[in-house]
Design a protein around this ligand. Structure first.
Ligand code: 5GP
Length: 195
């Protein structure tokens, strides 16, 4: 009798991208998704208010603190953290389903969340986006015009703390020239997908 053959699909990879705010991470993640459309983007849930142009279910799932905390009790989050006074979390069901289906997932999360996910998924591929310097980062935050000076100060304190941890990431991409940084990011991800 012929032996039954079992096809075991390899688990999808987790690509985690972190950066201080203003380093260009959102734009770079968008460019990465456009160039490698088979990647699945993990849409986080957050308690912060939507910014202009942000769409619920596309950029984030927007929720309230009570619902978010109920999710903590129900183990709904693969990781969660408080960033700039708001809660952010990654859906455990989404990550597990995508991995089980062999699909690669892109996550845009902070350093605290990365530590939690790497403990759960030690094979996660971590990429840190660095601004060319702290001065350039401050200039970018000021030019963006989205935050008041005291919020920018807060973001800079957080940014310095995050940048000090870039050595714990497997890859670092310096976002000096956007196109070069996008190409570097694509080639890092492609390198794992083709190996
Ligand atoms: P923003 O509010 O500017 O979109 O994001 C603020 C920070 O929260 C960014 O560093 C972003 O990467 C991080 N973030 C977004 N989603 C998540 C998440 O699900 N978990 C964690 N830990 N951080 C997140």
């Amino acid at each position: 009798m012929a032996e039954k053959s079992h096809f075991v699909s390899p688990a999808g990879r987790l690509f985690i991208v972190s950066a201080p705010s203003g380093a260009g991470k959102t734009t770079l993640c968008r460019m990465l998704m456009e160039r490698l459309p088979a990647l699945r983007y993990s849409i986080s849930t957050t308690t912060r208010s939507p910014r202009e142009g942000e769409v619920d279910g596309v950029d984030y799932f927007f929720t309230d603190v009570e619902t978010f905390k109920a999710g903590i009790q129900a183990n709904q989050w693969a990781e969660w953290a408080q960033v700039h006074g708001n809660y952010y979390g990654t859906s455990a069901v989404f990550i597990d389903a995508e991995r089980a289906a062999g699909r690669d997932v892109l996550l845009d999360i902070d350093v605290q969340g990365t530590v939690q996910l790497c403990a759960k998924y030690p094979d996660a591929i971590t990429i840190f986006i660095m601004p060319p310097s702290s001065e350039v980062l401050r200039q970018r935050l000021e030019q963006r015009g989205a935050d008041s000076p005291d919020i920018i100060d807060k973001r800079m304190v957080n940014a310095r703390r995050e940048m000090a941890q870039c050595g714990t990431y497997r890859h670092t991409v310096i976002n000096d020239c956007l196109e070069t940084a996008a190409e570097t990011l694509v080639s890092i991800v492609r390198g794992y997908r083709e190996s």
